[in-house]
Design a protein around this ligand. Structure first.
Ligand code: 5GP
Length: 185
């Protein structure tokens, strides 16, 4: 049987060490800004940010609440469809609360803009954005980013939660994906 994925290649981009070092620094930065006596709600934007979220929260010093939200903007492939869809809604009320959205990557900004609009309408006391990666080259809409792990070039990355057609999320590092042919884009 031939390997159906033989035309896909992943080149190392951010190592496990770079990720873990940056994520702990990001957690320290966020911790320093937290309200001391009230728990902040950290929203994990599924699916891509599950690994980043887990590592980040392990290092946060201060009271936290966890919450999960699902969105989908890629229907397979390596570019966004532009239409953002809520696939899983929060199960807690964020009204009057301090909230931080934890996202894997801000690319065009369309997903984050949709999330900010949807969450602002629920009247949190404060709403901040934390993203592991930011790809400014493909920006279509400006979104405020309060905490950012790495600014990256215009490359398609996988691993550490990020997928290509639901694969590669389990890689402990981030790699750049390339293809032998153009059919996959
Ligand atoms: P945006 O709406 O900002 O264009 O895209 C945000 C979403 O697109 C991210 O949450 C992520 O799921 C996906 N995305 C954007 N760039 C990449 C990338 O380089 N690799 C992967 N795997 N997903 C990406």
């Amino acid at each position: 049987m031939t390997n159906p994925y033989a035309h896909e290649h992943i080149a190392p981009y951010l190592t496990q060490e770079q990720l873990s070092e940056r994520v702990s620094k990001l957690a320290a930065e966020i911790s320093a800004d937290l309200q001391p006596y009230e728990s902040t709600i950290f929203i994990c934007v599924l699916n891509g940010s599950f690994m980043f979220y887990a590592d980040l929260l392990k290092h946060i010093e201060g009271p936290t609440n966890t919450a999960f939200l699902g969105v989908s903007s890629y229907e397979g492939g390596t570019s966004t469809t532009g239409a953002v869809r809520l696939t899983l809604d929060l199960t807690i009320d964020i009204t009057g609360r301090d909230v931080i959205i934890v996202e894997d990557i801000v690319d065009t900004g369309l997903t984050m803009s949709y999330l900010l609009e949807s969450l602002r309408s629920r009247k949190p006391r404060s709403l901040k954005v934390c993203t592991l990666l930011h790809k400014p080259a493909r920006k279509k809409i400006d979104v405020p980013i309060d905490y950012c792990g790495f600014v990256i070039e215009d490359v398609f990355v996988v691993g550490y939660g990020l997928d290509f057609n639901q694969r590669y999320r389990d890689l402990p590092y981030i790699g750049v994906m390339s293809f032998d042919d153009e059919q996959a884009s």
